[in-house]
Design a protein around this ligand. Structure first.
Ligand SMILES: Nc1ncnc2c1ncn2[C@@H]1O[C@H](COP(=O)(O)OP(=O)(O)OP(=O)(O)O)[C@@H](O)[C@H]1O
Ligand SMILES: [Mg+2]
Length: 234
């Protein structure tokens, strides 16, 4: 049996006169961790929106476990087992950390792991009773990851999970994902090259909506063209 979970083929999307994505392919296997990187405006969030069905591509297809998911409403996507963390954290500030996770998993299929275990996975065990609005920025990002995990996803998609984090928090987040790898599949969109280096996984580099390079992180990192794009020479 194939272990392919998500398959995007020849995905393109046009916003008016802007070809924001063109001819993108991505295959995510069961329990695989992979990263999508690229400079600002490369199309990372747009591609993630297509992968979660939120945006319907102008061309190409996205299949999850064989289902065409283009344009499906979020609750259907969640029920299929896809969870997503957005670029800007959106937690319920007046609810406790624990209650945020409980709300997030409303309607999740059983069996579900205990909330305490989820909080432990995202380094928030000692903040369970704290109102989410009082968390430090990095902890809010972790809470959002915990909320995404609450639905027991098969696939977790993260948009810049380390945005605004300190270098130490960034490495803690990488450790977190490395621990979760092997339980389900993860696609992380990132800007921070140190984070992706720590994950050391299959990496797709986007530039101006197109695939610039893809492969194991080491090959990507040492690629001359990728270096040029990151150093702003192209
Ligand atoms: N709904 C939209 N309508 C029109 N243009 C859009 C829309 N969404 C994104 N774009 C454009 O598509 C391009 C890719 O944007 P996107 O947000 O996907 O980039 P990104 O790689 O996530 O950037 P960042 O690193 O800043 O988050 C940009 O030029 C952006 O202005
Ligand atoms: Mg983005």
């Amino acid at each position: 049996m194939s272990d392919i979970l998500l398959q995007a083929e020849n995905v393109g999307i046009r916003f008016g006169g802007l070809q924001a994505l063109e001819a993108l392919n991505l295959t995510v296997r069961d329990k695989e961790l992979c990263c999508i990187i690229g400079p600002n405006g490369a199309g990372k969030s747009t591609f993630l929106n297509v992968l979660t069905g939120t945006l319907r591509p102008t061309s190409g297809s996205v299949r999850f476990l064989g289902h065409d998911i283009a344009g499906l409403p979020l609750h259907r996507i969640a029920r299929l087992g896809i969870a997503r963390k957005f670029q800007i954290p959106s937690v319920f500030p007046s609810l406790s950390v624990e209650d945020n996770v409980k709300v997030a998993r409303w309607g999740a299929p059983s069996p579900v792991r205990p909330v305490g275990e989820l909080l432990e996975l995202v380094a928030l065990s000692n903040r369970a009773a704290t109102p989410a609005g009082e968390l430090a920025h990095g902890q809010k990002q972790w809470l959002e990851i915990g909320m995404a995990l609450a639905i027991e996803p098969r696939l977790l998609l993260l948009d810049e999970p380390t945005a605004g984090m300190t270098p130490q928090e960034t490495l803690t987040t990488a450790d977190m994902l490395l621990r979760l790898k092997g339980e389900f599949s993860i696609v992380a969109v990132e800007h921070d090259i140190r984070f992706v280096r720590a994950l050391n996984c299959e990496t797709l580099v986007l530039h101006q909506g197109r695939r610039l390079r893809s492969g194991p992180f080491h090959d990507v990192e040492t690629d001359e063209m990728v270096r040029d794009v990151y150093l702003g020479r192209r």
